[in-house]
Design a binder for this molecule. Sequence first.
Ligand SMILES: Cc1cc2nc3c(=O)[nH]c(=O)nc-3n(C[C@H](O)[C@H](O)[C@H](O)COP(=O)(O)OP(=O)(O)OC[C@H]3O[C@@H](n4cnc5c(N)ncnc54)[C@H](O)[C@@H]3O)c2cc1C
Length: 379
Amino acid sequence: MKDEADAGEADVIVIGGGIAGVSAAYQVSKERRVLLLERESQLAHHTTGRSAALYLVSEGGAVAQRLALASHGFFSSPPPELVDAPILETRGVVMVGPEPWQGRIRQMAKDGQELDPTIRLLDETEIMKLVPVLRPEFAAIGMYEPGAAVVDVMGLHQAFVRGARANGARVERYQDVTSIEWRKDRWHVGTDRANWIGGVVVNAAGAWGDVIGRLAGARPVDLTPMRRTAFTVSVDADTSGWPFVHIDSDDGPCYFKPEAGNQLMCSPADEIVSQPCDARPEELDIAIGIERINNATTLGIRGIRTSWAGLRSFVPDRSPVLGWDDQAPNFCWMVGQGGFGITTSEASGRAVASVVTGVPLPTDLSRLGLTKEHLAPRR
Ligand SMILES: Cc1cc2nc3c(=O)[nH]c(=O)nc-3n(C[C@H](O)[C@H](O)[C@H](O)COP(=O)(O)OP(=O)(O)OC[C@H]3O[C@@H](n4cnc5c(N)ncnc54)[C@H](O)[C@@H]3O)c2cc1C
């Protein structure tokens, strides 16, 4: 921590400017003075800027699925002053697999239907009509979520930033948090450039969640960052009407998403345990992704256009952690968003705001059966 005088004070200091941090900053700043600290020059530089940008409710586990459902209202009709264009573009998602995967796909459809009655099973003929390049043996059965949508992630992120700033929140980039100390009932947060004071800390540091927790003397939540690889390819097919396609098979999973200009965004859906870092794609993982997609389709992919990787971070039960630490005072966790941090972001921000301001969970969340205990670090 620098010796200089304190650079500023706030009721709540949010650490991390990815989708989680800005969503919390937007909601908390409706009631409290908020300061958001981000290490990088750009707010969404890490996982948030590297996702597949899909909104869906059929995956992620019971808690994330409910947070996704509760976020849909904002995504489909955001406050007009916060956005320049629609956030969602409905595309649908189809999850397919050969015969041995029938049980899993049926179960997903059954669980998903409880939240979204439009989710249904597809047979081979219906699947082949939607995605004609699939090999029929990989399309024995499918789960279809017609309401799944592509998210304008940068538009959504910007909406939360605009909303937070309009509420008076301060956003500071180039602030690498290196110390967090509780002194005289206040948090003293030191970065490589300045000292800040706050009553509450919200830890939205993504893959670095446990690093930040340890700095504050909080109890670690066993967060594991896992690398996921993505790449784009040009294909010789009209992809304009295709849904997002996820394939499970004995080869391992993979997915592809149609993009403009007959391009596909693809992934081997890998989960490679990593340290928190600026993740980079490995050639081997790209090759695995190409092989899996070629095995399951007639696309015949040979080369890629671009590639990247990002860290999806999970705690052991793979459910998001949104709540007070039981060891460090006034320290609120907002981590473990895994592969659903975009989808769940809006409701997660509201849930964190209810924790920080000490009011009950928003009623739409409690009506879905969620409680603060479901979200808390020690559940
Ligand atoms: C390939 C891929 C596909 C995905 N697809 C989807 C999808 O289709 N749908 C979906 O909902 N989700 C998807 N995800 C997951 C989603 O992207 C994440 O859940 C989400 O972005 C996590 O957001 P975050 O704000 O927690 O983390 P991040 O975006 O990583 O933000 C954390 C921030 O904290 C900052 N920080 C860390 N330490 C410090 C420090 N010491 N001081 C200051 N700042 C610090 C970092 O710089 C970073 O900006 C995908 C992820 C990947 C990698």
